[in-house]
Design a protein around this ligand. Structure first.
Ligand code: ATP
Ligand code: MG
Length: 476
């Protein structure tokens, strides 16, 4: 028995399938496990907890029978309007649906549905590799139904639609994004006709909700090499509909023999780099957006060449608008991305200068909890193809990191708490909360960051007395 066969048998031995088998046999209906779960068995990928079951009959009736048979407590949810039901059992989520035929209208991705055969149901699936079904009934348990040669496509690494791609994609344009996402996740190629059809139908993406688009973007960004997906989105003409800010970074201009780099391709390299350093989705978003301010700030100056003055500031503002447009959360995740974009050049700027302690302390103070992620982003940002420069940048960068460590052990600037508190200042000078208290606190913080005094209570206390005196205040 080959390894795939073994894997199929082992997987189908999961207790949950014996209950579905029993229920289907008792009801006298055909039942199959279908879709991504089956695909991943064949691919040898880790199996998720979502299991899709299709039956030629009522999905709800089968689910109810399964729920009866399953031992212990289990929750069943019935969605009458969709003719589907869902059971949560142990860590698994079982989705039941009756085999169906779908027909679509132009302005909606929600089809009109009627009962159909298994083949009808496989026809409505997005890709041949997602249409594989394994029988669960006793007499043909584990038998594979693969009417579109999905196994061949799995072996060849090809994404192909079961029907004419023009129909599949224009019926439900989410499939265009799914094709690109699977190509990125699995390292597959989108079959040429299919890709042409995506490009032809790209404006259909307009009928998708932002939430569904973002879900796919998250999945692409969670891959080990997201550039694959973004390049496909660009090539298919989908990216301008989703992230025009990235498209605006594309291209190289030359004035008086001076060229700037193509910030679109640079950005994609930075994203791939960050993926080998961190799994953090929002850090990956920050990498994707770190240079978006460069398009609106680009200028050519006869003396200094190309400049992108204040692009970090402009970029951070654009992050808010972009999140809002895509209906992404406007919460601390957005602020995190914004702050990283805003600070994205800081460590590198320091690395290019003489690295002073004061500059390092300021960086550590301003970055706060985001310091480690900011440093990863900056390391990922080094994409020069010039080997000499590459090693110089990395060396400088290591120097900055080393400096940060020194300053941190000595001065404890990260998550800075002022050694003399506002309450204490008010008590000593018998002040109510007022501008002067803030001014003294700020002066202490500045003195510490500039290295005039150490980050310690006694020094800060003495400094405070002096400062207050210069402001005409005396202790009460
Ligand atoms: P993953 O769960 O890894 O994202 P999946 O293929 O399991 O991938 P799901 O969204 O869980 O994706 O969908 C389960 C199955 O339902 C798919 O394998 C496919 O057969 C079908 N399917 C999902 N979305 C669509 C769609 N938009 N059009 C057609 N079929 C779809
Ligand atoms: Mg799934």
């Amino acid at each position: 028995m080959n390894t795939t066969q073994k894997r199929i048998e082992e997987t189908l031995q999961m207790p949950v399938f014996s209950y579905v088998q029993k229920a289907a046999d008792e009801l006298g209906v055909d039942a199959y496990v279908i879709g991504g779960f089956v695909r991943d068995i064949f691919l040898g990928r880790p199996l998720g907890h979502d299991i899709d079951i299709v039956t030629v009959g009522s999905g709800i009736a089968l689910a109810q029978k399964v729920a009866e048979l399953l031992p212990g407590k289990n929750q069943i949810q019935v969605f009458k309007t969709y003719g589907t039901a869902m059971i949560k059992w142990k860590e698994n989520q079982l989705e039941f649906v009756g085999a169906r035929k779908e027909s679509y209208s132009k302005d909606s991705r929600n089809p009109v549905v009627e009962n159909g055969s298994l083949e009808d149901d496989q026809n409505r699936r997005d890709f041949t590799i997602n249409a594989l079904a394994l029988s669960l009934n006793s007499e043909k348990f584990g038998f594979l139904l693969d009417p579109f040669n999905g196994i061949q496509d799995l072996n060849d690494g090809v994404i192909r639609t079961p029907l004419d791609p023009d129909i599949t994609y224009s019926d439900d344009p989410l499939r265009m994004l799914r094709a690109i996402r699977f190509a990125t996740q699995l390292g597959f190629t989108i079959e040429n006709n299919s890709f042409q059809s995506i490009a032809k139908n790209n404006s259909r993406i307009g009928i998708l909700s932002m939430e569904r688009i973002v879900e796919e973007l998250h999945k692409i960004l969670s891959c080990s090499k997201p550039s694959t997906g973004f390049l496909l989105l660009e090539k298919a003409g989908l990216l301008p509909h989703i992230l025009p800010e990235l498209i605006a970074l594309k291209g190289i201009e030359e004035v008086e023999g001076q060229r700037h780099k193509d910030n679109f391709y640079h950005t994609l390299e930075v994203v791939d780099n960050i993926c080998s350093y961190s799994e953090n989705l929002w850090l990956r978003w920050a990498a994707l957006l770190h240079d978006i301010g460069k398009a609106p700030t680009k200028k050519f100056d006869k003396k200094i060449g190309w400049t992108f003055h204040a692009h970090e500031f402009v970029g951070a503002k654009m992050v808010y608008k972009l999140f809002k447009r895509l209906h992404m959360p406007l919460n601390e995740k957005m602020k995190y991305v914004q702050k990283l974009v805003y600070m994205s050049s800081r460590p590198i700027v320091i690395a290019q200068d003489n690295v002073t302690d004061a500059a390092v302390r300021r960086l550590v103070f301003d970055a706060g909890e985001l310091l480690d992620d900011l440093l990863l982003l900056c390391k990922a940002d080094i994409t020069t193809k010039n080997p000499k420069r590459f090693s110089r940048y990395h060396k400088n960068f290591e120097l900055v990191k080393q400096k940060i460590e020194e300053v941190e052990t000595r001065d404890h600037i990260r998550n800075f708490q002022p050694p003399v508190s506002g309450e204490e200042i008010m008590r000593i000078f018998a002040l109510k909360p007022c501008r002067q208290v803030g001014e003294i606190k700020e002066a202490i913080k500045e003195a510490i960051l500039e290295g005039e005094i150490p980050n310690e209570y006694d020094a800060a206390h003495a400094f405070m007395l002096n400062k207050a005196k210069s402001m005409g205040l005396t202790p009460a």
